[in-house]
Design a protein around this ligand. Structure first.
Ligand SMILES: NC(=O)c1ccc[n+]([C@@H]2O[C@H](COP(=O)([O-])OP(=O)(O)OC[C@H]3O[C@@H](n4cnc5c(N)ncnc54)[C@H](OP(=O)(O)O)[C@@H]3O)[C@@H](O)[C@H]2O)c1
Length: 288
């Protein structure tokens, strides 16, 4: 029997792709979005749209009325754990049976700020009495489209304090596909999945792929950690988030995020997208 599914974070990297898959396959879904969210794509899909906010428990309960399964991806903000607690509490009150969370690679290690935050949320889910699934992805390929495309377009370069470190970047569309199967297939309750792309790559290798796919010279510039930190601070990003991101860069620089897993293929039946596939699909974002 088809379940009633709520998607929270439906305009995000993963959520928007997940919604498309669920709609295409005729699943019974509702999406929650803020009144300020750009819901043009969601409206075009004709989904049941509920106005709510992760910071407002009453709105979360309203969105979860009659819902069996909740997928959520929280933004990377200083109160990420609190926002997630609100979702877990509301789900418990509303009789939700299964919660699916976008976590992060290495959450089980609790080694850095972000993995500590993700693991704190996971623990709360484990103790909630509801079934849970944790998707623990490596860094997204989409980060290059979201954060580096403006300098690539402007002067053909992108900047990061990652040295020659390699990481097994994943296409967010593959994470969405895994989430789709976790939601609609049996056997994924109370599981945690580390998700990666098919190959670990350095930023130098990524620059080569982007150059080859776009037909224009794109360079990677390895920047000192302190310069990267200052540059993020000048964008107005909260210091706690800047420092959390710096820890992640260090992990990537040291090659600790280079492990390749085949979980995407095992769960979806399709090989995880290579960086070349990602770059070809998003090519327009990197060219004027
Ligand atoms: N990027 C990476 O490399 C990476 C790697 C591993 C794990 N992760 C984890 O992935 C998660 C983010 O997933 P994502 O990239 O798919 O999401 P995202 O693109 O950052 O989007 C966040 C979503 O949350 C919504 N949102 C933000 N604040 C909200 C609020 N107060 N109430 C309701 N909705 C709100 C946003 O809606 P609006 O349209 O209104 O803004 C958007 O739909 C984070 O937890 C991060 O730690 C990321």
């Amino acid at each position: 029997m088809s379940s009633n599914i709520l998607i929270i974070g439906a305009t995000g990297n993963i959520g928007k792709e997940l919604v498309k898959l669920l709609v295409k396959n005729g699943e019974n879904i509702r999406v929650m979005a803020r009144p300020t969210s750009n819901t043009k794509e969601l409206n075009a899909l004709g989904v049941d749209l509920f106005n709510g906010d992760m910071g407002d428990t009453d709105s979360l309960k309203g969105a979860m009325n009659g819902i069996d399964k909740v997928f959520f991806a929280t933004p990377l903000v200083p109160n990420m754990v609190q926002l997630s607690s609100n979702i877990i509490d509301a789900a418990k009150d509303c009789g939700v049976s299964h919660l699916i969370k976008i976590s992060g690679a290495g959450a089980e290690s609790e080694g850095i700020t972000l993995t500590k935050w993700h693991r704190a949320i996971e623990k709360e889910m484990e103790q909630s009495g509801m079934a849970y699934t944790f998707l623990r992805p490596n860094s997204f390929m989409q980060n290059y489209a979201n954060y580096s495309s403006h300098t690539i377009i402007d002067h053909g370069a992108f900047y990061a304090p990652m040295g020659e470190g390699q990481a097994a970047f994943i296409d967010a569309r593959d994470i969405a596909n895994v989430a789709y199967h976790v939601i609609t297939d049996e056997g994924h309750q109370n599981k945690a999945y580390y998700l990666s792309g098919p190959k670990a790559l350095s930023n130098y290798e990524i620059a080569d792929i982007l150059s080859s796919v776009t037909g224009k010279m794109i360079r990677y510039v390895d920047v000192p950690a302190n310069d990267a930190r200052q540059s993020m601070l000048t964008t107005g990003m909260p210091e706690i988030i800047v420092d959390a991101k710096m820890e992640l860069y260090q992990i990537n620089k040291l090659g600790y995020a280079s492990e390749v897993s085949f979980t995407v293929e095992q769960i979806t039946g399709h090989k995880a997208n290579s960086f070349e596939v990602f770059a070809n699909y998003y090519k327009g974002v990197f060219i004027k």
